[in-house]
Design a protein around this ligand. Structure first.
Ligand code: NAD
Length: 361
């Protein structure tokens, strides 16, 4: 049986880094005797130019067919003057998340030991050890979607309202994803809430505790979000999986990403209950470097590893990719974004970085 993958390179460096991820997956295919079937489609600005729609019908059909979607990046100055609802990011990514109910957003923030100096954290905090945190964020509920929502008139005064709602089933399903993910890691879950002031978060804590009972081997701790924001900077090594609702997860995943200091290294996944997923680098289409062959392909390649792990349950193959990335960095190979002009570093372009990683598999 072949695993079906929709390949959506998108715009700018999306196209360049996707090529390297496919190179690595080809190598995985031969090494592990796994068959992948790839179908490529247009998305974002490229799709607007060709079809007048950022997420055209043909692309929808290919995504419907696929078990997982590999997504490069979309957007760029060419499309910035379009009305907001037609902009590539909004008109491509949001409909995909909605169409497949991708309620769980998984964002690893990893500092490989070789890249420790990219982190803005002081060495006295990090020592000589990088860190590896996985933020599991609920993506389709919470205060970003709760109703009532809007700006209303009340007795001649204006009031703005957003509503924080979480249903027990929404908390339960995202908690399960976090606990399951932790089983493949250090078996620690830190659940984030604000149960001291928010009712929805009292329920959050109650349901997370209930789910935890099914995972006795996992160590669960609860952090108030303000404390979590501090602890991430004080001692990131204490975290393994961070479980959070939509808004807190949004903020903490960006904080954790900044602690790595290298946007070109950060992958992400958004998955649903049947494990169909969208896998994409955290970075955008980087128009400032697009076409120069210097983009870092690691975030895209590591997104492909996440696809193997979370949609296809191929832990060994996923680890093989991550190890290949790590070894390539250990040997000193760096794309321009990571290059610090040190003696042991060797500056390489997008293609060479991809080839070196593929060769290590
Ligand atoms: P960006 O992530 O594209 O770039 C930010 C900076 O990081 C740039 O200096 C860029 O050169 C650098 N950078 C990013 N990825 C890199 C990589 N792999 N290797 C080396 N350097 C890298 O963010 P931006 O500049 O704010 O946005 C550019 C365009 O991308 C915009 O149109 C934006 O809307 C879009 N965007 C798309 C997505 C997405 O597709 N999911 C996400 C963010 C931004």
């Amino acid at each position: 049986m072949a695993y079906k993958i929709a390949v959506l390179p998108g715009d700018g460096i999306g196209v360049e880094v996707m090529e390297e991820a496919l190179k690595v997956l080809d190598k995985i295919s031969s090494k592990f005797q796994i068959e992948f079937e790839f179908r490529e489609a247009l998305i974002g600005g490229a799709a607007i130019d060709a079809k007048g729609d950022a997420f055209p019908e043909e692309t929808k059909e290919i995504c419907d067919w696929a078990d997982a979607i590999l997504f490069g990046a979309v957007g760029g100055p060419k499309w910035e003057s379009l009305p907001p609802e037609k902009q590539p990011e909004r008109a491509a990514l949001l409909p995909i998340r909605k169409r497949y109910e991708l309620f769980a957003n998984l964002r690893p923030a990893i500092v490989f030991d070789a890249l420790i100096e990219s982190s803005p954290l002081k060495r006295e905090i990090l020592g000589d050890k990088g860190f590896d945190i996985l933020v599991v964020r609920e993506l389709t509920g919470g205060i970003y979607f709760g109703k009532p929502k809007g700006i209303f008139d009340e007795n001649g005064k204006k009031k703005g309202i957003d509503t924080l709602i979480y249903y027990d089933w929404e908390i339960e399903r995202i908690a399960r994803i976090a606990f399951e993910a932790s089983l493949k890691r250090k078996k620690k879950v830190a659940s984030i809430d604000k149960a001291n002031v928010l009712n929805a978060m009292v329920l959050w804590r109650e349901i997370v505790n209930k789910v935890a009972k099914k995972y006795p081997e996992v160590e669960l701790s609860h952090y108030l979000v303000d404390n979590a924001a501090m602890q991430l900077i004080r001692d990131p090594h204490q975290f393994d999986v961070i479980l959070a609702g939509n808004m807190f997860g949004d903020i903490l995943s960006d904080e954790a990403a900044m602690l790595t200091g290298s946007i070109g290294m950060l992958p992400s996944a958004s998955i649903n209950e049947s494990k169909k997923g969208l896998y994409e680098p955290v970075h955008g289409s980087a128009p400032d470097i697009a076409g120069k062959g210097i983009a870092n392909p690691c975030a895209m390649i590591l997104s492909a590893a996440m696809m193997l792990r979370y949609s296809f349950d191929m832990e060994e193959a996923a680890k093989a990719i991550e190890k290949a990335v790590e070894e390539t960095l250990n040997e000193g190979f760096r794309t321009a974004d990571l290059y610090k002009k040190k003696e042991q570093e060797i500056l390489v372009g997008t293609k060479e970085m991809g080839t070196r990683i593929a060769e290590k598999i």
